[in-house]
Design a binder for this molecule. Structure first.
Ligand SMILES: [Zn+2]
Length: 369
């Protein structure tokens, strides 16, 4: 498949391919003409490329001018500020080892002892729930970590702690069907505490994006007789430009149309129920997430979000497979420019700092090196 663009503006799709029966990779182009004051008011015509997600239809935007050095979209990390915040916030941090006994606890009937401890990880209920069985896992004893320090072991142990909570919940709550695991790293990503921690929600109903994802996967299965993500992985692996690597049975891709900057996704080959996987499969996923974070660090990022989508296995196949989305956020600095503006909030469209093919090429080194 080629992603080269034609010369039409405001045209129908200029590059549409349907390599698998139901997967269409739509790619459009628009333009902007201006007299550029940064170049003596010379005439300039910018190409704006628009990508559409084959499953859900959301669009994302790429303008080569961004990659050609217009740094307004990604400020540098303010290292002095990070060092100061890390020192100051550690003094009262309830996730640091000397104060961790003060976190909320589950009732003993659910989790004997109230918290789950595995390696450096500590799992417990969130103080203010935003969904069913809202739980937290502290990832490390360290109050602050660089992205390359978020090792597969630290990530996997935090997930093992959350998984143990999820298993206890499942035994007691038959309505605990929709499970998501999340990370907000540093304040541009929405973290209220600097200390590395993950979160988990297990609800009776899926939240908006989870529902859209599950409904679209089911619709695809009904129409095509196959699972969307299995088809996607097969296509992307054969085509190659956005496929990054496999870690065990997880396949890592640069998202064709991301929901967040530099979005990398992981798809499990078959399973949609996180609790039917063994700990080895969690470690394989952690290995990949740690690699993606090292790639982000290399690209100059420090803040990220991720979400892992899962659901309880239904009696009849619904075509859903576990999916992880990880994305970068704006770098922490005073008066930083938020990367969630009208484009995302009002149009649900993401701005791409790199083409997905460029991102995949950069990421491969961190998965295989
Ligand atoms: Zn701390």
């Amino acid at each position: 498949m080629s992603l080269t663009t034609g010369s039409h503006d405001r045209s129908p799709p200029i590059d549409m391919e349907e390599d698998m029966a139901g997967i269409r990779f739509d790619h459009f182009q628009d333009s902007l003409e201006l007299l550029n004051p940064l170049n003596g008011f010379a005439p300039e015509r910018q190409r704006i490329e628009i990508y559409r997600d084959p499953l859900l239809g959301h669009t994302s935007v790429y303008n080569p001018a961004i990659e050609e050095g217009r740094k307004v979209f990604l400020n540098d990390v303010d290292r002095d500020m990070i060092a100061r915040l890390a020192t100051e916030s550690a003094k009262n941090c309830v996730f640091c080892p000397e104060r961790v006994d003060g976190v909320a606890r589950f009732p003993d009937a659910l989790i004997p002892g109230g918290v789950v401890k595995i390696g450096e990880a500590v799992g417990f209920p969130n103080l203010i729930g935003m969904g069913g069985h809202h739980s937290v896992a502290i990832v490390s004893r360290a109050h602050f970590l660089e992205l390359h320090e978020l090792s597969p072991e630290l990530i996997a142990n935090a997930w093992r702690a959350l998984r143990q909570i999820a298993q206890a919940v499942r035994q007691r709550d038959p309505d605990a069907l929709w499970l998501t695991v999340h990370g907000n790293y540093l304040f541009p990503a929405g973290a209220s505490l600097m200390h590395p921690h993950f979160q988990m929600l297990i609800g009776s109903e899926p939240y908006t994006h989870h529902a859209r994802l599950a409904e679209a996967c089911y619709r695809y299965l009904q129409q095509e007789g196959r699972s969307y993500h299995r088809d996607l992985v097969e296509h992307e692996r054969a085509e190659g430009s956005r496929y990054i690597a496999a870690t065990g049975r997880w396949h890592w891709l640069a998202a064709f149309s991301p929901l967040g900057t530099n979005e990398i996704i992981a798809v499990h080959e078959t399973e949609g129920d996180l609790l039917r996987m063994d700990e080895g499969e969690l470690h394989d996923l952690a290995q990949g997430l740690s690699s993606a974070l090292r790639c982000y660090e290399d690209l100059g990022h420090l803040s990220f979000n991720y979400t892992l989508y899962a659901r309880r296995q239904p009696e009849v196949d619904d075509g859903f497979q576990c999916l992880l989305r990880v994305m970068t956020r704006q770098n922490p600095a005073p008066n930083y420019r938020c990367d969630d503006f009208y484009l995302q909030k009002g149009l649900q469209t993401e701005l791409m700092l790199h083409r997905p093919e460029t991102l995949a090429a950069r990421a491969r080194d961190f998965f295989t090196g």
